[in-house]
Design a protein around this ligand. Sequence first.
Ligand code: HEM
Length: 208
Amino acid sequence: MRRFGLAAAFFLCFAVAGYGVAVYGLGPSGARVHPDMLANFQAHPVGITTHILASALALVLGPFQFNTRLRARRPALHRWMGRIYLGVAVLVGGIAGLYMSYYAFGGLLAKSGFATLALGWLYTGAMAYVAARARDFNAHRRWMIRNFALTFAAVTLRLYLPPVFIFQLPFEQAYALIAWVCWVPNLVVAEWIIRSTARQQAVLPFPT
Ligand code: HEM
């Protein structure tokens, strides 16, 4: 069951990254989004393209960074992928995401939801980097779990969209709510994972 969940999460990360690169890699005009969103993207092509191409890297690299075997066998690869994840994907994608949140569709609620997500993404990324540099790997792991939970908002956002169409909910209001719902529960799950794995590690006789 756990393996199935992880495989599904991996697949969804690659699918959303692939969607972003395929649809926006050649320019935002290929997007099938709300006309107001499309107009925003066409008015800010550098912001949206930079955001998507950089952020897609986080979805592709992130899942591998949690693989214990890869970390143990190829520590240099883990460090390099981590530098690209934090230094390119989160930093560049997050700043561009923060910029785009100012123009987001769905009014103030959507703008504030995306802006808070972007700030949280940048903050948890910075904390993870500082902890790694200080060789505090427990703290580094905790901050990376939080950070990836926020990266995963790109997946959860798109999982919440089909019910909006199926139940014909008013799109603008639903989208504004999703700008918050796509990441707040992810952070709650991240805290639960951090606490439950810390408890498991505490009962083990040796550190893992
Ligand atoms: C976690 C921090 C993120 C923030 C704060 C963020 C923010 C935003 C904002 C504000 C927009 C414009 C929405 C609008 O105009 O209404 C947007 C669009 C978009 N973002 Fe992100 N984003 C994040 C992560 C990601 C990731 C990891 C990807 C992966 C590829 C991604 C892919 C996209 C795509 C493809 C769009 C265009 C809309 C669509 O076609 O679905 N974002 N993002």
